[in-house]
Design a protein around this ligand. Structure first.
Ligand code: CA
Length: 518
């Protein structure tokens, strides 16, 4: 009898344990489901001036536009240092370049031992992955998975460095391959855990190679020159000494594929025969026509501008199609509702404004970056956010959305409440610091923007101050520093600049900002 009772008791206990475990597992799964998944699509050198959601009529961008339509468009998203590697380091760490140590693309190597928003998510139970362009010199740390391009990566048949340090070549166009690999990782992931995936695209970085199916996509268009295409850089010392003009700096063969003789450029020699045949067929006829025209002076510069636009926009079309693919994947797998999607570039780009291509300057076209975000059920579709946000804020925002505490030493501030339409005290000013002092001869500089006014201090290559009234002069053609009319605002901005430098503990800038120059 006793034995029987014990057996029954044991049975009851077992049942209780069984149901309790099922209940707990259910809770865990529910918790995992409630925490949002995150996809951050990070492109390279993509200009907001070319995106439909930003009002551009240059080309259709249905992928990016869909995120904006179903979520929020950031009209005033900026970067702290407008160049590739440094911007990625800022996003990862939530800290300015002087704090995370990755100041420029020339001498910096990312210290992966430091904390990042990814590491915080991994510790909190997220699956974390970075697939595609990384460009931080050292190997990623703190991710569940990574698969990255060596350096800048290749537009065609890209190599990847895999987690075991092996190199693997993938056949195809880079943006398609990155999306394929991202989807392959999503397919095989542990679905009981939330994920954070960064899709790092090479597009639209120089030298603008589209997928073969996009070659010639915009050949029937003639693009209007920006109003300040023939800028004479009057009153702006740093702008006068740069080397990033379409007229002088853009190279006919390297950039615009007008090759004489045997082609030795890696991007082209690594194409497979089918890709190469399409490439040759397209550019050879353009080359023949170009030679016939024998252009010089302004006619040559404007021809270069048209070719630049056509190659760049075609490369952007190849990118946008893959953004649509990401969204379609989420739809197909029932993930759209509980996944935050952010699309952004590492910084903006010049599309002929001031006569330029490239980035680096604190002027609006490269200081700003496109950014759209979708969070179904949380962000109202079609929202437009006109508050100032920065790339340094992305990590803290995603941590807050995931319910993970934001480390005290992260310098960015979450904009989650702002986009959820809650009471939010946004930024009053933006602080910027660019360090590189080599390629394209852009002088190092730092500065502050309040949205209405912008004060910049150039140093090292040129020593000068610049002040812009963005309301009166949105294209930054008229440096009013030292003008009597702006004396009061100039004084106020210099004080405000010192204050933000102190706030972010930028010791190098602090030393320079007190120097008196004329
Ligand atoms: Ca870039």
């Amino acid at each position: 009898m006793l034995t029987l009772l014990n057996k029954n008791e044991i049975k009851m206990k077992m049942k209780r344990i069984f149901f309790t475990s099922i209940f707990m597992m259910g809770c865990l799964v529910l918790k995992a489901q409630q925490r949002p998944n995150i996809i951050l699509i990070l492109s390279d050198d993509h200009a907001y001036q070319t995106i439909g959601a930003y009002g551009s009529t240059l080309m259709p961008t249905p992928g990016i536009d869909r995120i904006a339509k179903e979520g929020v468009l950031f009209k005033k998203a900026y970067v702290t240092n407008s160049i590739c590697g440094p911007s990625r380091a800022v996003i990862l760490t939530g800290k300015y370049s002087h704090k995370n140590g990755f100041r420029d693309n020339e001498n910096s190597r990312f210290n992966g031992a430091q904390n990042s928003f990814i590491k915080e998510l991994t510790r909190a139970g997220y699956l974390t992955a970075w697939i595609g362009k990384w460009h931080l010199e050292t190997m990623p740390q703190g991710f569940s998975y990574w698969q990255i391009f060596p350096g800048q990566g290749s537009y065609y048949n890209p190599d990847f460095i895999m987690m075991d340090s092996s190199r693997k070549r993938f056949e195809g166009y880079s943006a398609n391959v990155v999306e394929d690999e991202a989807e392959a990782w999503l397919n095989k992931r542990d679905t009981t855990k939330p994920f954070c995936l960064v899709i790092g695209q090479k597009n639209t970085h120089r030298t603008w190679f589209p997928d073969t199916c996009d070659l010639g996509r915009f050949d029937d268009k003639t693009f209007p020159l920006p109003a300040n295409f023939y800028d004479n850089y009057n009153n702006r010392k740093a702008a006068a000494v740069q080397d990033m003009t379409i007229a002088k700096t853009m190279i006919l063969d390297y950039d615009l594929k007008m090759y004489e003789g045997e082609i030795k450029i890696g991007t082209i020699t690594r194409m497979n025969p089918a890709q190469r045949a399409k490439f040759d067929a397209y550019y050879q006829s353009i080359y023949k026509d170009f030679k016939k025209q024998n252009l010089t002076g302004k006619a040559l510069t404007e021809w270069k501008y048209q070719r630049y636009m056509k190659d760049y926009l075609a490369t952007a079309a190849s990118l946008d199609r893959n953004i649509e693919r990401t969204l379609n994947y989420l739809d197909k797998h029932g993930l759209a509702q509980n996944t935050i999607v952010i699309y952004m570039s590492d910084q903006g780009f010049y599309m002929g404004e001031h006569g330029w291509f490239d980035k680096r300057f604190m002027y609006e076209e490269s200081f700003r970056t496109p950014m759209v975000m979708r969070y179904p059920g949380h962000i109202a579709p079609g929202s437009i956010d006109s508050n100032m946000v920065m790339n340094v804020d992305v990590g803290p925002t995603l941590l807050q959305a995931a319910g993970v505490p934001i480390p005290n030493d992260m310098q960015g501030q979450s904009f989650l409440s702002q986009v959820l339409n809650k009471k939010y005290k946004g930024r009053k000013a933006l602080y910027y610091h660019y360090y590189e002092n080599g390629e394209h001869l852009v002088s190092p500089h730092f500065g502050i923007s309040t949205g209405r006014y912008k004060l910049i201090r150039f140093y090292k290559r040129v020593n000068s101050w610049e002040l812009y009234d963005l309301q009166a002069d949105p294209h930054e053609m008229n440096n009013v520093y030292g003008q009597k009319k702006y004396q009061r605002i100039q004084k106020k901005l210099r004080k405000q600049l010192k204050k933000v430098i102190e706030k972010y503990e930028d010791k190098e800038a602090l030393k320079i900002v007190y120097e008196n120059i004329h």
